[in-house]
Design a protein around this ligand. Structure first.
Ligand SMILES: [Zn+2]
Ligand SMILES: [Zn+2]
Length: 148
């Protein structure tokens, strides 16, 4: 019979007998029929089997609890990271929008200014044309005047 077939709470060496103690020194459960029972109770650190089981369950629960805590902490960290990332992305979006808006403003401004410069240039050339034609008129008058 393998140790897996062991009846819970019964001694694996004496299946009719309930385990009495757990010897901490031997790291072994023992029943009254076991040969080491007397020496263990006399010389070793022992616990009633129910206490040992309760302690084992408590430890197992603690391990499960701490595993659950670690899991929760990891999840919280992950959530915080995701939130930071979302905020960062949102910030990047805002920055992009601001840059695009500013670029658009600058483009509009440059367009306005170049329009104005073109208009000024037109005016200048019109004025110089006017001056030229006035000069031509004046000259032709002059010539006519001299010829008369
Ligand atoms: Zn036994
Ligand atoms: Zn012992």
């Amino acid at each position: 019979m393998s140790s897996q077939d062991e009846i819970p709470g019964k001694c694996k060496d004496h299946p009719e007998t309930t385990l009495e103690i757990f010897c901490v020194t031997c790291n072994k459960s023992t029943c009254k029929e076991c040969t080491n029972f007397e020496s263990c109770t006399a010389e070793h650190e022992t616990k009633p089997i129910l206490v040992a089981i309760a302690e084992f369950n408590k430890k197992a629960n603690e391990v499960l609890m701490s595993a659950e805590e670690v899991k929760q902490q990891l999840e919280a960290t992950y959530q915080a990271l995701m939130k930071d990332k979302e905020e960062f992305d949102a910030h990047v979006q805002l920055c992009k929008a601001a840059i695009e808006r500013r670029t658009q403003e600058i483009i509009e401004k440059v367009k306005e200014e170049s329009q104005e410069m073109l208009m000024n240039l037109d005016n200048v050339s019109r004025q110089s044309n006017e001056i030229e034609s006035q000069q031509i008129i004046a000259k032709s008058k002059d010539i006519r005047f001299r010829n008369n």
